[in-house]
Design a binder for this molecule. Structure first.
Ligand code: NAD
Ligand code: UDP
Length: 342
């Protein structure tokens, strides 16, 4: 069965392609490589023994998006990862984020409708909850005003999808990710941040490897266990596996309603200092870090209520924080080796 994975050379997409292939699906990747490398296609092939079909297209262009469906006439479902995702960058270039993320979705849905493709899994984010009034966050928790243009593209995309499902025969599962970290256990694929990382874990591993001098912790005066912000970190392989489960649910017609939302997290909140402690333990290194002011727009604490996903999807995140940090470190070491050879 052929599945189109947009953004499939990216961080979460590539791990999902591996899981899909290992579950027996045939994968076509559509990506314009704006935030990923073509070499990921071969790396996936080395892990699974199957090189996925790769189409280099910009989905924000309607003609390019449609060309994928014209060429591959038997696509059964789409998993839509392709998007720009840097929060700070989106504040500086809002139009580019709306153009890229919203046009891509509209073009994809138009082509799916034209070519009779009825199933889509969508990458949403816990960012739609903002700072929730109660924790843990349930799927029924009200969404808040977005903190950034990036966050707003996720909110708008959910609304577009829900309306489109209501209007016709489309079926959708929106997955709201908490904080995906870590890498594949083979250390052949992982996160490839462009330039200086915004996110905590690549910043930690790049500091430890010597690419960055020091990690700055954004605030230690929050109302949390140790004053640093708390997040629900989830291993990217657990997250990838949830996509296979969601896809199967849709294809086997097991949805309760044609528009469904699931939180993907572990249900555990860890502070920045706890993440650093875990890294220091698994790497047997001391990390150079210091405290600085809060980062504007940061949420104090958020973690998922995972009960609905656990029960209804029949999926549960299995990997703990140490495993997440160990795999992230192994990936940084592998990247370092690769750079030395080149
Ligand atoms: P990523 O940047 O590694 O992957 C996204 C991929 O989409 C990249 O390969 C990029 O080249 C591609 N892409 C972007 N615009 C495109 C376009 N117009 N046409 C074709 N390809 C395009 O990001 P990721 O971390 O793997 O995130 C995947 C999805 O999950 C995104 O939608 C992101 O917003 C969402 N998400 C990510 C996180 C996270 O922390 N990583 C959290 C919540 C939600
Ligand atoms: N963080 C930090 N220093 C950094 C990057 C991140 O202290 O260089 C903190 C950030 O304030 C947040 C946590 O690490 O509390 C996770 O940040 P990330 O950007 O990875 O995820 P998000 O804030 O989007 O949940």
């Amino acid at each position: 069965m052929k599945i189109l994975v947009t953004g499939g050379t990216g961080y979460i997409g590539s791990h999902t392609v591996v899981e899909l292939q290992q579950a027996g699906y045939e994968v076509i990747i559509a990506d314009n490589l704006i935030n990923s490398e073509a070499s990921v296609v071969d790396a996936i092939g080395r892990i699974t023994g199957i090189i996925p079909v790769f189409e280099e297209v910009d989905l924000a262009d309607p003609g390019q998006a449609d060309s994928v469906f014209q060429k591959h006439t038997d696509i059964k479902a789409v998993i839509h990862f392709a998007a720009l995702k840097a929060v700070g960058d989106s504040v500086e270039r809002p139009l580019e984020y709306y153009r890229n993320n919203i046009f891509s979705l509209i073009n994809l849905l138009s082509s799916m409708s034209r070519h009779g493709v009825k199933h889509i899994v969508f990458s949403s984010s816990c960012t739609v909850y903002g700072q929730p009034d109660t924790l843990p966050v349930k799927e029924s928790t009200a969404r808040k005003d977005a903190e950034s243009p990036y966050g707003n593209t996720k909110k708008i995309a959910e609304d577009i999808l829900e309306d489109e499902v209501r209007a016709g025969s489309l079926r959708c599962i929106a997955l709201r990710y908490f904080n995906p970290i870590g890498a594949h256990p083979t250390a052949m694929i992982g996160e490839l941040p462009l330039g200086v990382p915004d996110n905590l874990v690549p910043y930690i591993t790049q500091t430890a490897i010597g690419k960055r001098e020091r990690l700055m912790i954004f605030g230690n005066d929050y109302e949390t266990k140790d004053g640093t912000p708390v997040r629900d970190y989830i291993h990217v392989v657990d997250l990838a596996q949830a996509h296979v489960v969601a896809l199967k649910r849709m294809l086997e017609d097991k949805q309760i309603s044609p528009w469904e939302i699931f939180n993907l997290g572990t249900g555990n909140g860890f502070s920045v200092l706890e993440v650093i402690n875990s890294f220091e333990k698994v790497s047997d290194m001391k990390l150079n870090y210091a405290f600085t002011d809060r980062r504007q727009g940061d949420i104090e604490k958020v973690w998922a209520d995972t009960e609905y996903a656990n029960q209804e999807l029949g999926w549960k995140a299995e990997r703990d924080l140490d495993e997440m940090m160990r795999s992230a470190w192994d990936w940084e070491l592998a990247l370092n080796d690769r750079n030395k050879k080149n």
